[in-house]
Design a protein around this ligand. Sequence first.
Ligand code: PEP
Length: 262
Amino acid sequence: MTHDRSRPLLAGNWKMHQTLAEARALASAVAAASRELAGADIILAPPFTALAEVRRALAGSPVGLAGQNLFWEEKGAFTGEVSAPLLKDAGCSHVIIGHSERRQHFGETDASVRKKIKSALQAGLVPIVCVGESLGEREAGRTMDVIAGQLEGGLDGLDADEAGRIVLAYEPVWAIGTGRTASPDQAEEVHGFIRGRLEESYGGELSSCAIILYGGSVKAANTCSLFKEKDIDGALVGGASLEPGSFIEIVREAIKGRKERQ
Ligand code: PEP
């Protein structure tokens, strides 16, 4: 699945939720709605245990499948880990890398993010690479320094072809799962900054095509205003992607916001 900025990209991150039965019901509802949501690209990221179930439920629909994480080695004695080729084999087109919850609870660093991006690209997966500042960092006026550091550290050594195949997600840590969303202006400011950094590193052609998602308490009520911003190309949705009605409504609002922007 390749993306084009004219179509909003909505990815549902189910985190550590959904039994097989719940996953089947949720994915089936999204697959059924995807026919009338043809103006957007949709991806679901279930837990590893539900990948096969969700893949079956999405068969024949345009909805993509993503892993929530991977380990960078291809195979071997790494108990509990899942590699990029295994995700690809399970039917994934995408993989989330460097989510703040992984940075916070599981010691993910920019160096591990970099290795994971490389292995994902090598396996033909689209990495969705997350960056974002904490509340303390924002309040200390360090937002742009933090984002610049994460981009520099995470993308270091990627050539333009590799960088052109990743999707970035700006996810302010203070907005994830808190019900507190960045305002459209706050999000746009950082998205514009990210695009500017990509331009400095890889040139205008790449930066103008780059897909940059926003994540952090996205709900149907705040989606349209976010999607009117010129540098917001999609959303990574956590909590609100666990209920089919709210996720489908977010996709509709994203399509609407995008139309109002043009
Ligand atoms: C996320 O999981 O990336 C996320 C943004 O979660 P939420 O929408 O619940 O804030």
